[in-house]
Design a protein around this ligand. Sequence first.
Ligand code: GNR
Ligand code: NI
Length: 175
Amino acid sequence: MALLSVITAPDARLKAKSLPVDGVDGEVRALMDNMLETMYSAPGVGLAAPQVGVHSRVIVIDIAEKDATPEPFRLANPEIDWASEETILCEEGCLSVPEYFAEVSRAQSIRLRYLDYDGKDRELEPEGKLAACIQHEIDHLDGVLFIDYLSVLKRRIILRKLIKARKLQAQKIPA
Ligand code: GNR
Ligand code: NI
C-alpha cells in the first residue's frame, strides 16, 4: 500500500469529470486500498480518486468514530438513483480545501448503486452523515467542491487564502 498526495484547490484537476471504470480489477482495488490508507492518514472520512489525480469514478469512505471498529466503504461507479426531498445541513470540510468548514444542504437519504471491491453490483440506502459524505464524494467525481455551494464572495475569499498559503509554502521549501 502507498500514501498518495492530495491535490488542493484551486486546481483544474479538481474541476474535471471522472470516467466510469470498466470493472473492478487489481488496479482499481489497489487504488481503493491506497486511497483508504491516504484517507485514514490525513485523517478524513472520505476521499475521491480525482483528489489524488486519478479521474476514475472511485470513492472511499469511513465515517466510524476514531476508537470504533473501522467501517470502510470502497465504491466504484456510484450512481444515486433516488434522493429524498428532505434535506440536512452538514458541517463539511474537504482535504482539497484545507482548514475551511461550511454548512452544506444535502439530501437526508439517498439510494445508490455501485460496484464493490469484488466488482459486484450493489445497492445502498444511506442516510444522515453517511449519505451526506457520499454526496460530497460523488460531487468530486463531477468536478464539484463543497465551496461551489457557497456564495461567489465566500468562495473567492477561500480560494484567495488557499493561493496565498500555497505561495508561502513554496517560499519555505527551497527549490
Ligand atoms: O474529511 C472530510 N470530512 C467531511 C466532513 C463532512 C462532510 C464531508 C467530508 S469529506 C472530507 C474528506 C474529503 O475531502 N473528501 O472528499
Ligand atoms: Ni472532499
